[in-house]
Design a binder for this molecule. Structure first.
Ligand code: DQA
Length: 144
């Protein structure tokens, strides 16, 4: 059984209510349920978390050291700002997949740069909530 940590950054707890024309109508609970379902068929054990606080995300990344086999992260707005999350991710030697529901590269210029991307095996963006399932499949391939 592989242990996978899925981290979600600020405002993703508001999915279903926030900018539905961009992020769709599914809630983070819906996405978590889909990931749990997918995990069963892939033989993954999933720890799915969300925080609005940069330091909490940093601490969770630090705590995952040596205990997880792969990390999926949608750092939300911190993607574009957080050197602290970038530095924490550098601690890990397991595959990291960056996920975004929308495609930040096709949106405002301030979303075009990602501090996660240089450390990610793959970036999955613009697939909506389905991107999380794609990320799990990708991780499965990488960990096989
Ligand atoms: C997001 C894209 C980010 O630019 C934005 O700040 C988010 C969500 C996405 O999943 O599309 O909060 O990460």
């Amino acid at each position: 059984m592989k242990n996978i940590l899925i981290l979600n950054g600020p405002n993703l707890n508001m999915l279903g209510q926030r900018e539905r024309e961009i992020y769709g109508t599914e809630t983070l609970d819906d996405i978590q349920a889909q990931c749990m379902e997918q995990a069963k068929s892939l033989g993954f054990s999933i720890d799915f978390r969300q925080s609005n606080h940069e330091g909490e995300l940093v601490s969770w990344i630090q705590e995952s050291l040596g205990t997880v086999d792969g990390l999926i992260i949608n750092a939300a707005a911190y993607t574009h700002t957080s050197v602290a999350i970038h530095d924490a991710l550098k601690l890990l030697s397991v595959p990291i997949i960056e996920v975004h529901i929308s495609d930040p590269k096709t949106r405002e210029a301030f979303r075009h740069h990602s501090y996660i991307e240089p450390l990610a095996a793959t970036v999955i963006a613009g697939q909506g909530a389905k991107g999380y399932k794609t990320a799990l499949e990708k991780l499965y391939g990488l960990l096989d």
